[in-house]
Design a protein around this ligand. Structure first.
Ligand code: 4AD
Ligand code: MG
Length: 461
């Protein structure tokens, strides 16, 4: 559908005449008889090297008017192999006056002058920062990840559904809800932005067998960390006739392997070569992707085993400075990061948490203490996935809700009644897209993994 060449398409093609490209000048070098431009058009981590010779003196001024940040259009150029140079091809322009058009000029304050800027600096420019190669590549990487998920689910006979974002229920029971209001309540009722689509997915899985969604979730938590957003995207899957937690963890591992493999196979288009100092360098990213693609199961331990490992470390080696690991308490992010990053040095599944650490809907284990659930923890980030078998027995669910003093006749009556109408064993999980993308891409702050982040602090453009 395009009448011009994209950078990505040009690199996939051989030598060419009469090439038209459009893009933004990333940098420009004026020499005596020639100017070299690095042009990006947003389609690739790679830029085009453009050579514009000064064929006669009358072209000096037009050539000088080209500046970093401008949007330009180039026509009638030639795409020529340059085996003697670092980059395999360059684009040669014949006549700057005839073949180069400035589509969008810049002011003298255009802030992205250098080839690579630090992340703290880029974050001060939310409307421009994606033009940097590193953050632009991050968004292309995320797009690829989402696409790979969609392919995986289609191959596994899952139906993509669109659950509501406005709801009356607090799925996780954490009270971290954003209220939706018109002039008073939501047209006279109480409504909130969803924290998770799970409850609705459960209803849909009882109709469709297997379903999933990739949709926004909202959490009114004040946590000002590198892994919490108040608006984030969650991939949630739910399916019937799941047998146990090990089926859920195997599915999760296979799904992530297939997505990561797809990223690795497309590494040349996805991973930039020039990376800001604060982030992981390309070789580290590629090594991680490669390791994650290798066969073999990621380790899996129960919560109880994880606490034993953590307590052993805390008592005999070096204490965790802020929280003593204790059976019955939630794992803190420092525990999660240490387990995955230092102890296992791999993604690790932790299963069967105490029931009071988790939400009301999880299926109880026979021990009466723990629930049939898992979290997937990864190095540097901690939890990226949480899932469980769901309590599908009506009496047991009611009993648990009573124990938690939850009202099952109110906003959740539809949910509870699913257990009385053709209930089936089922389970599923939710994965934070920004956390996964940050972990794979190595940028260490999920605020960069969403184009305009929303958190307890910061601007709201
Ligand atoms: O562990 P969570 O809270 O689980 C649920 O909401 C389940 N109902 C999901 C399900 O089973 N369908 O959230 C799931 C994942 C976390 O593992 C984390 O990756 C991400 O969502 N997440 C966040 N990501 C960014 N910012 C936040 N504030 C997040 N809270 C959770
Ligand atoms: Mg969780």
């Amino acid at each position: 559908f395009r009448s011009y060449h994209t950078v990505r398409a040009l690199y996939d093609s051989g030598p060419h005449k009469f090439v038209e490209v459009n893009g933004w000048i990333q940098s420009i070098r004026h020499l005596k008889r020639i100017a070299f431009i690095d042009l990006r058009d947003g389609t690739s981590t790679r830029s085009l090297k453009i050579a514009i010779p000064l064929v006669d003196q009358s072209l000096t001024e037009p050539l000088k008017s080209l500046k970093t940040g401008q949007c330009i259009s180039i026509s009638q150029a030639e795409w020529v192999p340059t085996p003697q140079r670092e980059q395999p091809f360059e684009l040669r322009v014949g006549n700057v006056l005839r073949d180069v058009q400035i589509l969008g000029n810049v002011t003298s304050q255009y802030p992205l002058q250098k080839k690579s800027h630090s992340l703290p600096f880029l974050r001060t420019l939310p409307h421009l920062k994606h033009r940097s190669n590193y953050l632009g590549s991050l968004l292309r990487f995320r797009s690829h990840v989402e696409h790979a998920f969609i392919q995986f689910f289609a191959q596994n006979e899952f139906i993509k559904v669109a659950p509501p974002l406005i709801t009356s229920s607090d799925c996780e029971g954490g009270g971290e809800l954003f209220k939706v209001e018109d002039s008073e309540n939501y047209f006279g009722r109480s409504a909130y932005l969803t924290v998770s689509a799970q409850l609705h997915l459960e209803a849909l899985s009882l109709a469709l067998n297997r379903c999933y969604t990739l949709s926004p979730s909202f959490r009114a938590e004040k946590s000002d960390t590198n892994r919490h957003l108040s608006e984030f995207w969650m991939l949630e899957a739910e399916w019937c006739f799941a047998k146990d937690v090990s089926e859920l963890t195997h599915f999760t591992q296979n799904m992530l392997r297939s997505v990561i493999k797809s990223c690795y196979d497309n590494k040349n288009e996805l991973i930039p070569r020039i990376i800001p100092q604060e982030s992981e360098q390309a070789s580290t990213i590629l090594q991680r992707l490669e390791n994650l693609c290798k066969d073999g199961n990621w380790p899996s331990v129960t919560y109880t085993e994880a606490i034993d490992i953590l307590r052993d470390q805390h008592v005999n080696v070096k204490p965790f400075p802020n929280y003593e690991p204790q059976w019955g308490s939630a794992l803190q992010s420092e525990h999660e990061k240490w387990l995955a990053g230092e102890y296992f040095q791999s993604p690790v599944f932790v299963t069967d948490y105490p029931k009071d650490c988790k939400a009301f809907y999880m299926k109880h284990n026979d021990d009466g203490q723990t629930v049939a659930c898992f979290d997937l923890l990864v190095p540097g980030m901690g939890e990226i996935v949480g899932g469980s078998m769901r309590e599908n027995d009506y009496t047991k669910l009611i009993k648990e809700m009573d124990r938690r003093q939850m009202n099952h006749n109110g906003d959740l009556d539809w949910y509870v009644s699913l257990r009385q109408e053709g209930s089936a064993p089922h389970g599923g999980f939710g994965l934070g897209i920004e956390r996964l993308v940050s972990y794979l891409y190595g940028n260490r702050n999920i605020r960069d993994a969403i184009p305009f982040h929303r958190a307890a602090t910061g601007t709201i453009e």
